[in-house]
Write a protein that binds this ligand. Structure first.
Ligand code: AMP
Ligand code: ZN
Length: 481
């Protein structure tokens, strides 16, 4: 089955056919590192993660580039307000971003270029544009792109060219469709930029936001690549301007497909820093929710539908995850009980290897689950359909319990495969607190010394802490009770 995606450019669903073989080269607009990213931003990165994981599940090779915008109007303002040098100011938020990705189990992209490391590439594109008559210098030392010289300007955002004001210029990075105008490729030095300045053939200054993404995508993916993604707010002006300057400079197609996710909302409004209605990931974690629970919430609504964020919904989702975990645990226990060994993990993985050699067929209900899941995700990442198939499958699977250990292993392998897409399906193994490990080891020592009273006391203490201890040939094993 082929994967169909909704291409913002054509406003229709199209089959994904990469430009080269089965290799998808994709670019995703990354965070502006002027603050901690909010969970609205993470909705966009989560959609891109699901997309990337689905492409890999389908057998495509994926090269993904996600940029870090570490110089723009907002980062400069932030560094000025805090009195920190730009690099130092943005470093903290870059690190926080990578920590957050881990918390949310978002797979890392292949490349994370920072804008400040790619200034020569930006200058090279602007030089090409000058050579083609697609750039001009203004009195203030800035360089602009003349949109009336690029007949296709407006093709992504579907702009009405008639309404555009010829010759008008816009210096800011962000503006709305009504103010479509010549946009800044290079911003002439302004005292307010402090020491954030680079030399260029047109004098001192800094790049505009849009040219940054053109330079960083081409540097790693070539002049033409397959897929460009972001939130819907990126369509105009950011992506429209990227197309104009990239296709203008290179004379070839920039990105074959464009995908954009709808916003995470709060009370009917886009979650955004400017409205002040945002939660950072850290704030949600502080309220006691886990990265896995937040992942489930952000991934569970189709990416082109708006999602209203509430803590009530996050809380309600706990029951859904618990249902999945309960089934998964029963399957694992079935595998373990039939092997009649206390050393569950080793036995399971040995059996799993044997199982994949023998390829025990999946029971009918699991085959139906897998087929429905794939059909749904192939349909423009229809996650609601995919999760529907999963929960229906769990319903049937529960009725099919108890199952024999080989069947349970086949189901367990399917779960692993589905989790390569979902990233929340397999419950994370609980981390054993260090003091409990010490107690378990002390108990072994006490038993060796035939001090059984002490060994029993330690077992009771471990039980009181909510854990069980099993003795195995490899040493004591602690499991959450
Ligand atoms: P920014 O840091 O503002 O450049 O945004 C980074 C990414 O997050 C972009 O792809 C935006 O489109 C996306 N984004 C920003 N706010 C939201 C939101 N409330 N819901 C979904 N995506 C968003
Ligand atoms: Zn971008």
């Amino acid at each position: 089955m082929s994967f169909k995606l909704y291409n913002t450019m054509s406003r229709t669903q199209e089959e994904l056919v990469p430009l080269k073989d089965s290799h998808v080269r994709m670019y995703t607009c990354g965070p502006t590192v002027y603050n901690y990213a909010h969970i609205g931003n993470y909705r966009a990165y989560m959609f891109e993660d699901l997309l990337r994981r689905w492409l890999k599940y389908k057998g495509f090779a994926v090269t993904q580039v996600q940029n870090l915008t570490d110089v723009d109007d907002k980062t400069i303002r932030g560094s000025r307000e805090t009195g920190l040098p730009l690099r130092e100011y943005t470093q903290k938020y870059k690190e926080a971003f990578f920590e957050d990705l881990k918390t949310l189990n978002i797979e890392p992209a292949e490349f994370y270029p920072a804008a400040t490391d790619c200034i020569p590439e930006m200058i090279a594109i602007i030089e090409k544009l000058f050579a083609k008559g697609l750039a001009y210098k203004s009195d203030d030392g800035s360089v602009y792109f003349p949109i009336d010289k690029f007949p296709e300007y407006g093709k992504l955002a579907h702009l009405d060219r008639e309404g555009m004001r010829a010759g008008a210029r816009v210096a800011q990075d962000e503006y709305d469709k009504e103010n479509a105008a010549d946009f800044a490729l290079w911003k002439g030095y302004d005292k307010a930029d402090g020491d954030v300045v680079w030399d260029s053939p047109w004098g001192k200054g800094r790049p505009g936001w849009h040219i940054e993404c053109s330079a960083m995508s081409m540097k790693y993916l070539g002049e033409s690549f397959d897929l460009h993604t972001g939130g819907v707010d990126n369509i105009f002006p950011h992506h429209e301007d990227e197309i104009a300057q990239s296709e203008g400079a290179n004379g070839c197609l920039y990105s074959k497909y464009w995908m954009h996710c709808a916003h995470l909302q709060v009370d009917g409004k886009k979650m955004s820093k400017s409205l002040g209605n945002f939660y950072t990931l850290r704030q949600v974690l502080e309220k006691g929710f886990t990265g896995r629970e937040i992942r489930y919430e952000l991934i569970g609504t189709h990416y082109r539908q708006q999602l209203n964020f509430t803590f009530a919904s996050l809380t309600a989702n706990r029951a859904a995850l618990a249902r999945l975990d309960e089934f998964y645990t029963k399957v694992q226990e079935t595998i373990g009980s039939e092997t009649r060994s206390p050393k569950l993990e080793t036995q399971n993985s040995e059996l799993e290897t044997r199982n994949s050699e023998l390829e025990t067929p999946l029971p009918d209900w699991a085959q139906t689950l897998a087929a429905r899941f794939e059909e749904a995700l192939d349909d423009d990442l229809n996650i609601a359909g995919g999760l529907g198939a999963l929960f229906d499958g769990v319903h049937e699977g529960n009725k099919a319990l108890p199952m024999d250990s080989k069947t349970a292993l086949a189901v367990s392998n399917l779960w692993k495969k589905l989790d390569s897409v979902l990233g929340f399906l397999i419950p994370p193994a609980a981390e054993v607190p260090a003091e409990l490990i010490e107690m378990a080891n002390a108990r072994v020592a006490a038993k060796k010394a035939k001090n059984f009273a002490e060994a029993d006391r330690l077992r009771d203490a471990i039980t009181a802490a909510g854990w069980t201890v099993q003795d195995t040939p490899a040493g004591p094993k602690l499991k959450k009770a």
